[in-house]
Design a protein around this ligand. Structure first.
Ligand code: FAD
Length: 262
């Protein structure tokens, strides 16, 4: 059931540069939300901007929802100026998140998480849930342009995960793309185990991960960050072509088997 709720802002913190974290008190939506699902936030009481903006759930702590976001335009700028005590009109839980349930008789896979930039946002909640389901990821690969833009390293380490970092400029970790780091990681992993990759980041990254995963016969599930209109499946503004026809990112996604995307 989709719920509309006025959520009180408990904190809205600048993490670094244009990255922020807003913490909301949500008595209802927080209850049943799954990793990879999202909420649509109305950032203003006026009609400017008119549309709600979609955000993944970064973390849930009882009735608190955390959202990690990057300021890229009008909506996120307005969001970054909100103060504790103000309220946000939110709609959720929306979409289909990451499926972390093993089918009966299925062996546990080796799990890797791969984040490109702000794509890290839904992966912390996912990592926590995987651990609860005894599916601890083998590693999280965090990629960003520079060292300053590496987010959540500490949080993943606190979960006891092996954190691998890549930066385009080599200011921290592996110098290059996170996809190159993934290729390296898989080539040296020497595993007979089936590999499942959960990922979020730019579209271009998915294309590369898809090629790499084919070489290693890995499954790959990614959260698509397309432009959304309504967020509830009505406007068809976010359809993507898949091997099984057109699918709405906001309704059938945002998480897809990336090999299904045409
Ligand atoms: C399911 C889903 C989950 C998301 N989760 C997060 C999240 O957890 N954290 C986060 O920071 N962002 C997330 N996004 C992206 C976020 O919704 C957009 O960045 C936001 O809507 C931009 O609003 P704006 O008004 O600031 O930008 P606008 O003024 O609308 O646009 C400013 C610039 O950003 C670009 N832009 C806008 N929307 C997108 C988009 N969806 N993808 C790529 N470029 C875009 C525009 O081309 C333009 O250049 C998510 C998107 C989806 C679909």
């Amino acid at each position: 059931m989709i719920i509309q709720e006025k959520a009180k802002i408990l904190a809205n913190l600048k993490i670094i540069d244009k990255y922020y974290k807003v913490v909301l008190f949500s008595s209802q939506i927080a209850k049943g939300i799954q990793p990879g699902q999202f909420v649509m936030i109305r950032v203003t009481e006026t009609t400017e901007p008119l549309l709600r903006r979609p955000f993944s759930i970064h973390r849930v702590k009882r009735k608190k929802i955390e959202i990690l976001y990057e300021v890229v335009g009008r909506g996120t700028k307005i969001l970054s100026e909100k103060r504790p005590g103000e309220y946000l009109d939110i709609l959720g839980p929306l979409g289909n998140g990451f499926d972390i349930n093993l089918k009966s008789g299925e062996q546990k896979p080796k799990i890797l998480l791969v984040a490109g930039g702000i794509g890290v946002a839904p992966l912390l909640f996912l990592a926590e849930q995987l651990i609860i389901h005894t599916l601890r990821p083998s590693a999280i690969l965090l990629g960003a342009k520079t060292k300053r833009q590496i987010l959540c390293e500490k949080e993943f380490k606190e979960l006891g995960l092996d954190v691998k970092i890549s930066t385009d400029d080599g200011s921290k970790g592996f110098k290059g793309k996170v996809t190159d780091l993934l290729r390296d990681f898989l080539s040296t992993a020497n595993t007979q185990q089936r590999v499942t990759i959960y990922t979020c980041g730019p579209r271009k990254m998915f294309r590369e991960i898809s090629l790499i995963s084919k070489e290693h016969k890995a499954s790959i599930f990614g959260s698509l960050g397309e432009y959304l209109g309504c967020g509830v499946g009505a406007c068809l503004g976010c359809v993507v072509k898949t091997k099984r026809g057109f699918k709405r990112v906001c309704k059938e996604g945002p998480v897809f088997d990336i090999d299904e995307i045409v």
